[in-house]
Design a protein around this ligand. Structure first.
Ligand code: NAD
Length: 252
């Protein structure tokens, strides 16, 4: 892949898991990064790790005024915006009978509304400066249902079709802004690994989850990160409105 020098990307949820893995790869290729998250401690740590060309902003993706500030600060610090990875997300386990309305709204606010706001303010900024790329993290659970995850499945299904709608709008308007969704299987991140470790029988839980993936293992964050960096780059210039599955064959 070519260098990303002079490209500037915002990564929500950029201090942990898939967001941080994407940040490390994009930074290694020369990109300027604005990493946003609620977790300020992890934000300070990744800024220290990566050094130059990285800004951390505390940001709640469910709040529109905060998106407006994040985009404005990105433009002020780095000149322009070339792409957003919407990776901030939360997971909850509860059946449709047990999931409270508050929980359903919370998960959808972060995963679906947060991604909508990222797309909206990304389009508004990037249409003025020649285009860019929006990459939205959905899930294999945005492609198929799972018992015990109605809020999460609904939110990730929303991200999938939101992405296609945004892609079609930007194509029709000739903005040169692409928008795609990414659908990971189970990836070893702080969203997943502690749940395995805290389960009643961690070895059995891990073996069961690994077996769900035909390749016989869970994914690594950098494996999804490499895909996200490619989609953010100009090399993916024909790719828009598409869904990219990274699941070791789980949905095959
Ligand atoms: N790990 C997996 O198996 C897996 C599979 C499919 C999809 N995903 C999706 O990938 C994305 C990244 O998850 P991850 O696995 O890297 O988990 P993670 O927990 O390591 O990272 C998610 C980050 O989002 C941040 N966040 C949560 N709510 C926020 C908010 N309101 N505003 C800003 N930041 C907020 C968290 O602080 C955290 O740093 C999520 O959208 C998740 O749903 C993960």
């Amino acid at each position: 892949m070519s260098a990303l020098t002079n490209k500037t990307f915002i990564i929500s949820g950029g201090v942990s898991g898939i967001g941080a893995a994407t940040a490390r790869i994009a930074h290694g290729r020369g990109a300027n990064l604005v990493l946003t998250d609620l977790n300020e401690g992890a934000g300070a740590a990744i800024v220290k790790e990566l050094g130059e060309r990285v800004l951390f902003l505390r940001h709640d993706v469910t709040k529109e005024p905060e998106w407006i500030s994040v985009v404005a600060e990105t433009k002020s610090r780095f000149g322009k915006l070339d792409g957003i990875l919407n990776s901030a997300g939360v997971g909850r386990v509860a059946s449709v009978e047990d999931c409270t309305l508050e929980e359903f709204r919370f998960v959808n606010a972060v995963n679906a509304t947060g991604t909508f706001l990222g797309c909206k303010h990304g389009v508004l900024a990037m249409k003025e400066t020649g285009g860019g790329s929006l990459v939205n993290i959905s899930s294999v659970l945005g492609l198929r249902g799972m018992n015990g995850a109605p809020a999460y499945c609904a939110s990730k299904g929303s991200v999938r079709l939101l992405s296609k709608s945004v892609a079609m709008h930007c194509a029709a308007m000739r903005y040169n802004i692409r928008c795609n969704s990414v659908h990971p299987g189970w990836i070893e991140t702080p969203m997943v690994t502690p749940r395995i470790q805290q389960s009643a029988d961690p070895a059995e839980t891990r073996a069961r989850m690994e077996k769900m993936h035909p390749i016989g293992r869970l994914g690594r964050p950098e494996e999804i990160g490499a895909l996200c960096v490619f989609l953010l780059s100009d090399e993916a210039s024909l790719l828009t409105g598409a869904e990219f599955v990274g699941d070791g064959g789980l949905t095959a």
